[in-house]
Write a protein that binds this ligand. Structure first.
Ligand code: FAD
Length: 490
């Protein structure tokens, strides 16, 4: 990264920014669905109205539709599905992310190989098929979510990073090393020395539009959605053949329950220590003018990132704003998830300074400024469900009647659909390719309880910063944690 500016104009550039995530600010939010009241029954209950819950519901509906068609009659009965959301659909991570929809199910190819060497290649295939299926689904169902299959470029700003990216060059699998001049054909980012274009494995989308599109389709297909219906407890009933899912005002009894509650306190005690909430932050600019767009030269509109441990992710929106996020990963003692943590002025200032350092052509105080530069329209953050292996894990409870997934660690926009499919397979009681994956069968290592968790996260954060300053070389602490397959990331 180029040297960061600390000019007071950065504060001014952030002053008028809305504290609502841009995506939720730029859609018309529907009236909430009524809360659950009284007692009812269902064939499938889904808890959580983010991407994971919504994709689980949609795939269940589609399984039933496919069964009906194959039986060529109305003999197959569509399941009665109830989805319970504690607040409003998409308000949490699913409405406030970067909108990078990655094929990776394992937080990158290398991390997949590190954890499941024998399975990594198959997981990559399943991930790519999952991304293709998302693309096909949004087109088929007419969900306008600004879906663009742009690919992604990782940028290097140090020589040692260039060497790393050169090693990943693999045109047969769609990975192309770009030298500094070739990078300039894709983006005019100050100080970029090289890049790796991954042409297949990433799409960009408007997450709130996708959430609302899925919600609309589910309602049209007869799924019963209740918002402001926080689930407080699960209870085995009917001699263990069903589970009662209880909210303050009502309950639903069903033989199958999928828990898609992400970073929020788990309804299953046995996985309470398997995730920690890590806060990640993002800025959105005002729309760029045509001249500013020319000046950044982002013709291919790829999703971009840089390759340090503390990385940035950045991208264009459909109306040519730039989303710029990442860098700080903040953990609060006691695993707290609180609305006040969604704002962090010091991180916003750091991010804004880094943004202008990379794009001086957009910095109103720079001699290179085009059309007076841009300022920021939105600044926000959100909690990420980090697990120690950085990709989703699964478990079941109540004799297989409840399935659970979490642990997406900053890469759940695409993987949430796959996780929904896995939960449905687990609940079916059948052995399928997905239920037999080691990724599905094996839980990551839990984090220790407080205060050790807090101390461990601090040590890990410091060690990652040090590795970035030391040409990527991992010190003894990181090496031990790698050997233990324990990590911390956002
Ligand atoms: C700032 C930020 C940037 C990110 N950027 C990216 C990105 O660019 N690409 C990417 O792939 N991923 C990204 N992620 C991660 C991604 O957004 C998540 O992995 C994904 O949205 C997870 O979806 P989900 O449905 O599991 O969780 P959520 O969207 O958090 O939904 C869970 C829902 O469950 C509800 N709930 C919880 N407990 C209960 C209960 N007891 N009863 C009823 N309802 C309950 C909550 O209210 C919530 O609505 C980012 C995350 C953040 C915060």
């Amino acid at each position: 990264m180029p040297t960061i500016q600390t000019d007071p104009h950065i504060t001014t550039a952030l002053t008028g920014a809305s504290t609502t995530p841009y995506w939720l600010d730029s859609v018309e939010l529907p009236d909430p669905q009524p809360p659950l009241r009284g007692h009812t029954t269902a064939d499938l209950v889904i808890v959580g109205g983010g991407f994971t819950g919504l994709w689980t519901a949609l795939q269940a509906v589609e399984q039933d539709e496919a069964q009906d068609e194959s039986q060529d009659a109305a003999s197959g009965r569509a399941r009665h599905i109830v989805l319970l959301e504690g607040t409003e659909t998409g308000w949490a991570a699913s409405g406030r992310n970067g909108g990078f929809c990655s094929a990776s199910l394992t937080h990158g190819v290398a991390n997949g190989i590190h954890h499941f060497p024998d399975e990594a290649a198959r997981l990559n295939e399943l991930g790519l098929a999952n991304l293709d299926a998302i693309q096909e689904t949004v087109a088929r169902l007419g969900i306008d979510c600004d879906f663009e299959r742009t690919g992604e470029i990782s940028l290097a700003f140090e020589d040692w990073q260039v060497e790393q990216l050169k090693k990943a060059d693999d045109p047969a699998h769609g990975y192309h090393y770009l030298d500094a001049d070739e990078v300039r054909d894709h983006i005019h980012a100050a100080g970029a020395l090289g890049g790796l274009l991954d042409e297949r494995n990433n799409a960009l989308l408007h997450p709130a539009k996708l959430v609302l599109g899925l919600r609309r389709v589910l309602l049209e297909k007869g799924v019963e959605i209740h918002e402001h219906s926080l689930v407080k407890d699960l209870r085995e009933v009917e001699s263990g053949t069903a589970v009662a899912v209880e909210t303050d005002l009502g309950s639903v009894t069903a033989p199958a329950v999928a828990l898609a509650t992400n970073v929020f306190p788990s309804l299953l005690k046995k996985v309470a220590l398997h995730t920690v909430p890590v806060y990640d932050y993002a800025l959105m600019t005002q729309p760029l003018t045509d001249a500013q767009l020319d000046a950044v030269g982002w013709a291919g509109r790829e999703g971009l990132d840089d390759v340090t441990n503390r990385f940035h992710y950045f991208r264009l929106t459909a109306d040519n704003r730039i989303l710029w996020g990442g860098w700080d990963a903040v953990y609060h003692f006691g695993k707290k998830v609180l609305p006040k943590y969604d704002q962090r002025p010091e991180t916003f200032e750091t991010l804004a300074g880094q943004f202008y350092a990379m794009f001086p052509q957009l910095d109103g105080t720079s001699p290179e400024a085009v059309d007076g530069g841009v300022v920021f329209s939105n600044k926000w953050g959100g909690a990420i469900d980090t697990c120690s292996r950085f990709f989703p894990f699964f478990t079941t409870a109540f004799h297989g009647r409840v399935a659970y997934t979490a642990g997406f660690t900053g890469l759940g926009v695409g993987a949430s659909r796959f996780a929904g499919r896995v939960m449905l397979d687990l609940l079916s009681g059948e052995r399928t390719e997905l239920t037999e994956l080691a990724m599905v069968k094996k839980l990551p290592k839990p984090f220790p309880p407080e205060p050790v968790a807090w101390l461990g996260v601090r040590l890990m954060t410091k060690a990652l910063v040090k590795a970035d300053q030391n040409e990527g070389r991992r010190g003894p602490f990181l090496k031990v944690m790698d050997a233990l397959k324990m990590g911390f990331d956002s």
